[in-house]
Design a protein around this ligand. Structure first.
Ligand code: GN1
Ligand code: MG
Length: 371
């Protein structure tokens, strides 16, 4: 089906005058659509990757419900309703998805103008603003009825289940690639106990299940082009019940890193502790009345765990013949895995310092509360 015909299924204002492909993201395919009547309007069209998301209707139900809830919250609190969250644009048949005859699924959002995303932090202030946005996300959805959410990708951040899959795929070795990545496999297996800590804490009921984003990469926050303030959190495909720890850790993994997650030059890979501090300050300033002590005590560890989990996922995909993440060249997944392993190394080196900063920020938070 032609893309113009797919666009035509949605209830948009005006006529389409431009369709641009957008290459951001490792999973879905994205287009920016411009239409015109008396003025121009912009929309975001996405084809949902149904190999990754095999319950597209449930996924859209989650997104619609969470964005509606978000809108109500920001309205009551006099925040920016227009730009503070994504809006789902329905089809002319009032559905939040359009399915083509060959089972491709498309959805449409409003396009937020004068906003940009970054794949890495430009400066500490910017990452502070990202920390505010992800902290705000926790705050807004704190009272959202979690039972209404479907787990659209079961065990998405169950690092123990992921480890088991990884071990099975090493045994299968479908592409005869295992022999080339033994050092990386050993690195991960040596840390297998650590991988399971958050999952164990959740299973034991020691840390709570919350409404979580599960993909808190820095480029999933829209930043205002002019003010550089964070506008809203995007890419809500993986909003599900989960642990806030994975969200904190994933944001640090992507935004406090000194380079891109697929930089092949490992000398560039490190963690910027100033960025770490700024993000933590901002995140805790928003979540101060919400996070439990157990959660706060495990924030630094969560950064190591999610980075290790992602290193394992990239390596696992390499072993399987690159079937999950979009790859731009042959060893892209392996480059990503090695980069993330180096980042785990750097986090281990800075672990004490990370814990110290978290304690200081959490203490500031308590002092502020008692003022
Ligand atoms: C994928 O959609 P995107 O590119 O933001 C992946 C995340 C990974 C990320 C790594 C559904 O996210 O889990 O952390 O790539 N999303 C899914 O870049 O698997
Ligand atoms: Mg995503």
């Amino acid at each position: 089906m032609k893309i113009e015909d797919i666009i035509n299924k949605f209830a948009l204002k005006g006529n389409t005058i431009e369709i641009k492909e957008n290459n951001v993201g490792n999973i879905n395919k994205t287009y920016i659509i411009t239409t015109k009547d008396e003025k121009e309007h912009k929309y975001v069209l996405q084809r949902i990757n149904t190999t990754v998301f095999n319950e597209p209707y449930l996924l859209m139900q989650n997104i619609e419900s969470v964005t509606e809830y978000y809108k109500k919250y920001i309205k009551i609190n006099h925040e920016d309703v227009e730009r503070g969250t994504l809006s789902v644009i329905k089809t002319k048949n009032n559905s939040n998805l359009f399915r083509t005859s060959n089972n491709e699924y498309y959805r449409m959002y409003n396009y937020v103008d004068n906003a940009v995303t970054y794949d890495k932090s430009e400066n500490a202030e910017m990452f502070y603003n990202v920390g505010k946005a992800f902290g705000h996300f926790v705050k807004v959805l704190n009272d959202y009825p979690i039972d209404k959410l479907s787990e659209t990708i079961p065990n998405f951040h169950n690092s123990k289940v992921r480890l088991n899959d990884f071990l099975k795929d090493i045994k299968r070795d479908p592409c005869d690639r295992v022999k080339d990545v033994l050092a990386e496999i050993v690195y991960i297996i040596k840390r297998q106990d650590e991988l399971g800590i958050i999952v164990d804490l959740m299973e034991q009921g020691k840390i709570p299940k919350r409404v979580t984003h599960n993909d808190t990469k820095i480029n999933n926050v829209l930043i205002d082009e002019k003010t550089k303030k964070a506008i809203c959190v995007i890419d809500l495909d993986t909003v599900m019940p989960g642990s806030a720890l994975y969200d904190f850790g994933d944001a640090i993994r992507s935004g406090a890193a000194t380079t891109y997650e697929d930089d092949p030059n490992l000398e560039n890979v490190g963690i910027n502790m100033e960025y770490f501090r700024k993000f933590t300050e901002a995140y805790l300033s928003e979540t101060k009345e919400i996070l439990t002590q157990q959660e706060i005590d495990n924030l630094a560890l969560s950064c190591r765990i999610i980075t290790l989990e992602l290193a394992m996922r990239f390596l696992n995909d390499y072993i399987n013949g690159d079937t999950y993440f979009k790859c731009d060249y042959e060893k892209h997944n392996l480059v990503r895995a090695r980069n993330q392993i180096k980042l785990v190394d750097e986090m281990e080196k800075h672990y004490q310092e990370m814990n110290k900063i978290i304690k200081e920020c959490a203490l500031n938070k308590v002092l502020k509360l008692t003022k």
